[in-house]
Design a protein around this ligand. Structure first.
Ligand code: ZN
Length: 47
């Protein structure tokens, strides 16, 4: 499964199209790199 994020709603989803604004979501994978600095927020990014 791939985690994606809507840049408009700031919502995480697994869909390529945001169910809220029907905009295209972005691959959220790059976020994992930044999370390294704040490991405690790991779980929050997945919900
Ligand atoms: Zn959206």
């Amino acid at each position: 499964m791939k985690l994606r994020k809507c840049p408009n709603c700031k919502k995480y989803t697994l869909k390529e199209i945001c169910p809220k604004c029907t905009g295209k979501t972005l691959d959220a994978h790059y976020k994992f790199i930044k999370i390294k600095d704040a490991p405690k927020s790991d779980n929050r990014f997945f919900k």
